[in-house]
Design a protein around this ligand. Structure first.
Ligand SMILES: C[S@@+](CC[C@H](N)C(=O)[O-])C[C@H]1O[C@@H](n2cnc3c(N)ncnc32)[C@H](O)[C@@H]1O
Length: 253
């Protein structure tokens, strides 16, 4: 997967993505991150990339010309046909909220272009005529699109084959599996009087699996009941959830 980031702050990407599994993925060529400085495509002597808002208002707005030009330059190595397959993402609190479903969709693309705005935002001709998708990290406002870009790079990279050791890990993750994951424990079995559940040390795999499934169902019911109607639940799951007071919503005819 090739990521093309367009930003006014290329240094922001220097260290955060170069450790742990992503560092290995970069070294092994499973992913590549190409960062373009939008300011390099501003042609006035001061490399100005922002300007005052038409109509007045607080804060500066990212100009359209350097953003269009920087995006064109970043994607110039692709053929016309390849370009059609590459989403051009604009990060904005006004976009669709990033979910695992969106991440699963985006990993199918050959590459992603990501525009990070800053200040008061970006000239509306960018979302209107250049970006093909607007994505929000959630209902809060950040100073720029750099952190959303890093979050998306990380989330998409985890789904690139070979980045995470075993694909089962990814399938068992919260949300990806449709439920929240069961609690995890490791050694020591007892720490300052706090004990890991005995069942996990029993070696009885069927009982462990049952316990994990029930914990997962219980957590989801307590913390994210909205996930349950869409989850793949067996008759046993539903029976267990019923003992916890879950009422299965009626499916529309
Ligand atoms: C201070 S924000 C501007 C918000 C803009 N004035 C508005 O009301 O929509 C600056 C930039 O940070 C990025 N940003 C801020 N919050 C974000 C979020 N929740 N998700 C994605 N990007 C965000 C966007 O690129 C945005 O243009």
């Amino acid at each position: 997967m090739r990521f093309h980031v367009l930003t006014l702050f290329p240094d922001a990407f220097r260290d955060p993505l170069e450790y742990s599994m992503l560092a290995l993925a970069l070294q092994r060529g499973l992913v590549s991150i190409d960062v373009t400085d939008i300011r390099d495509y501003s042609h006035d002597p001061h490399h100005t990339a922002d300007d005052y808002q038409f109509g007045g208002g607080h804060g500066m707005v990212l100009k359209p010309e350097p953003v269009f030009e920087a995006t064109e330059a970043a994607l110039s190595g692709y053929s016309e046909a390849e370009r059609e397959e590459i989403p051009i993402i604009l990060f904005t609190p006004q976009g669709e909220v990033l979910t695992q479903r969106v991440v699963e969709e985006l990993v199918q693309a050959p590459a992603l272009a990501m525009i990070c705005a800053h200040y008061a935002g970006i000239d509306n001709r960018v979302p209107e005529f250049l970006a093909t998708r607007e994505i929000s990290l959630g209902d809060f406002v950040l100073t720029g699109g750099e952190l959303p870009a890093m979050a998306l790079i990380d989330a998409v990279s985890r789904l690139v084959p070979g980045v995470i050791g075993s694909p089962e890990n990814v399938a068992e993750d919260s949300i990806s599996s449709g439920l929240l994951q069961h609690p995890l424990y490791t050694r020591p079995a007892e720490f300052q009087g706090m004990e890991a559940p005995e069942i996990l040390l029993s070696g009885h795999h069927a009982n462990i699996e049952k316990w994990r499934r029930e914990q997962s169902l219980q957590r989801t019911l307590e913390r994210r009941p909205d996930l349950l109607p869409k989850a793949d639940l067996s008759p046993d799951d539903l029976k267990y959830l019923k003992t916890l007071g879950y009422k299965q919503p009626k499916t529309p005819e």
